[in-house]
Ligand binder design. Structure first.
Ligand SMILES: O=C[C@H](O)[C@H](O)[C@H](O)COP(=O)(O)O
Length: 231
């Protein structure tokens, strides 16, 4: 679905605000990263100003940390609180089984760690994120330690990927964890995301992938007809 940007922003905002309504007093929350998660963070800040009291929030990136601090969200860490009640984040692609592709913003490692530490992971998105097959619109991002990235590229190519080290604004992109991101496109398609994820993890030097398989508890899509909850 193509949509005017401001319209798409309104849908992301509606999903973010709906997710903020799910936060209850005393909860430990994980904060996602990206333009949709930013709407959630802002809406959560407003709820806190209105009297909601949470036990703390763990951001999944330096950018989300900074925005959360700006809007008055009390921040904590997974070391202080290894188990969270709820994680809210956006996604780049969502397939019919609610498998996700994430990491276009490069925050995939911390996002996956925070998501896997939460009892519930609710994804917020606009309709452009719904795809029939993962890999349709975005490459699979793979975070890699800078040392020995060349052998990792060769292994990824052997899996059928066209693999490129991510460059942003003319410079090599460095993640919050001081690693590289290798974007992998699979021209032949991704028939089994779960097995692809497992095979990429076998490559030494790979830190994590942007494939989030069976991690999402629910997806909230903001769109032209209001909110849609999946399942
Ligand atoms: O690394 C970035 C994250 O995975 C984002 O959650 C994802 O790219 C979605 O971002 P946005 O809401 O800006 O489309």
């Amino acid at each position: 679905m193509t949509a005017h940007t401001s319209e798409q922003d309104n849908w992301k905002k509606a999903a973010g605000e709906a997710a903020a309504q799910l936060v209850q007093d005393g909860m430990l929350i994980g904060l996602g990263t990206g333009s949709t998660a930013n709407y959630f963070i802002q809406a959560l800040g407003l709820r806190l100003q209105a009297g909601l009291q949470i036990a703390g929030a763990v951001p999944s990136s330096n950018a989300s940390h900074d925005l959360a601090a700006q809007v008055g969200i009390p921040l904590t860490t997974l070391d202080a609180h290894p188990e969270l009640d709820l994680y809210i984040d956006g996604a780049d692609e969502i397939d019919p089984e609610l498998r996700l592709l994430k990491g276009a913003g490069g925050a995939l490692v911390r996002e996956k760690i925070v998501a896997s530490s939460a009892q519930r992971f609710i994804v917020i998105a606009d309709p452009s994120k719904q795809v029939s097959h993962l890999g349709q619109n975005f490459p699979v991002p793979v975070e890699v330690t800078p040392f020995g990235v060349s052998p990792v590229l060769k292994h990824l190519q052997a899996l059928g990927a066209s693999a490129q080290i991510r460059v942003k604004n003319g410079s090599t992109f460095i993640s919050d964890n001081s690693n590289l991101i290798v974007d992998c496109r699979f021209p032949q398609g991704i028939s089994d995301p779960s097995s692809l994820d497992a095979r990429i993890h076998q490559i030494v030097g790979v830190v994590e992938t942007g494939l989030f398989i069976h991690m999402a508890s629910q997806v909230i899509i903001g769109g032209p007809n209001g909110l849609q909850y999946l399942p």
